[in-house]
Design a protein around this ligand. Structure first.
Ligand code: FES
Ligand SMILES: [Fe+2]
Length: 365
């Protein structure tokens, strides 16, 4: 559905700051190459503590991070073959969470019925994705498609974010191009205008016209000369629960949001920049360019954003009843989407829209 792009005063829906997630989506929880065979890590998806381990054959598994014996965190355990052994008494659990061995139980005795919850997990685009909802829906729900991954001609920069703020605050930040004011000293964008706004059951897509100028714009290939001003259309898309943006095929950003708790979120993002260089040169310069872009460009933007988002969260916590005013219709649409998805998660199966996941497969190129 097409929405009006007029900037108009509207009241923010405070309930969005307490909204839960729709767990029936894939959530990225870690970079895959950070978890070597035989290692275990602790992750949290919306207050659910999960132990993720890679077995000695290289396959990944996700179990509830609480031993069914006495509740000790399983991420403190040891990987033994394909099982995860709790560090306390050595009970072993297989990839489905079933108790597979108790080292001190005589072989003649039957294993007790002790099961840790297991979660569907998949390893794609160098990310580990967990499906915290109904496991039966995992197979039919696609992981977001990252078209540029492994495609020649792109420089890919991974960026990790950690925010002490509700995921709605983070997603509104990503969707609101009007905050270029904050990044002025970084030669960010200026004169943004919302030119098109669409909303579906699972997404909000906002096209902004934005102007760029300066050395960074030249470096990113947006202008020929640093002093020139270019105007481009950036399409920013909140395809619940993740975020994608595309700048006229010059660059794109895939930002996978991990809601940790009502006051904490993480993100795993890939920035792709189209470069007109031979592939061998991109490959050899990649580590240095990734380092420069991550540390001297993206982290600078991110630190400024984090300060604003965390301040917003703190003020909300001090006075949750206080009313706020918004004028960007894209942000009001994002809030509607978050609340709708949160309600779908608690609605009975029969009431859920069949179109719920139809937008999950996204290609922005
Ligand atoms: S608490 Fe885990 S084996 Fe005893
Ligand atoms: Fe920003």
């Amino acid at each position: 559905m097409e929405l009006a792009t007029t900037l108009k005063s509207q009241q923010v829906r405070n309930s969005v700051r307490d909204a839960g997630i729709n767990p029936n989506h894939w959530y990225a929880v870690s970079w895959s190459d950070r978890l070597k065979p035989g290692q275990v890590i602790a992750v949290t998806v919306w207050q659910q503590a999960i132990a993720v381990y890679r077995d000695t054959e290289g396959n990944v598994h996700a179990l509830e991070d609480a031993c069914p014996h006495k509740g000790v965190a399983l991420h403190k355990g040891l990987v033994l073959g394909q099982n995860l052994a709790c560090r306390y008494h050595g009970w072993e659990f297989d990839s489905q969470g079933e108790c597979a061995k108790i080292p001190y139980l005589p072989p003649s005795q039957k294993l007790p019925c002790a099961k840790a919850r297991s979660y569907p997990i998949c390893d794609r685009y160098n990310l580990l994705w967990i499906f915290p909802g109904d496991p039966a829906l995992a197979e039919t729900t696609p992981v977001p498609h990252i078209a540029e991954f492994d495609q020649p001609g792109y420089l890919m920069v991974p960026v990790t974010g950690h925010f002490k703020a509700h995921f709605s605050i983070c997603n509104e930040n990503s969707m609101d191009v009007f905050h270029g004011f904050l990044h002025e000293n970084l030669q960010g964008w200026f004169d943004p205008q919302l030119v098109k706004l669409r909303e579906t059951d699972g997404s909000v897509i906002a096209d902004y016209q934005v102007s760029y100028r300066g050395k960074l714009a030249k470096f990113l290939g947006l202008t020929d000369q640093a002093k020139d001003t270019t105007t481009k259309i950036i399409s920013v898309q909140y395809r619940y629960p993740h975020y994608f943006s595309n700048l006229e095929n010059v660059s794109s950003l895939y930002l996978m949001r991990l809601p940790v708790s009502p006051t904490e979120s993480r993100s795993f993002a890939y920035f792709f920049l189209k470069v007109r260089l031979p592939q061998w040169l991109i490959n050899s310069a990649r580590p240095a360019l990734q380092h420069i872009l991550e540390n001297y460009v993206f982290m600078k933007f991110l630190r400024q954003d984090i300060e604003m988002m965390e301040s917003e969260q703190q003020t909300y916590l001090k006075e949750p009843q206080r009313r706020y005013v918004e004028i960007n219709p894209a942000i009001i649409a994002v809030q509607r989407l978050i609340l709708r998805q949160s309600e779908q998660a608690i609605a009975p199966e029969s009431d859920r829209s069949p179109a719920r996941n139809k937008d999950a497969e996204v290609s922005v190129s």
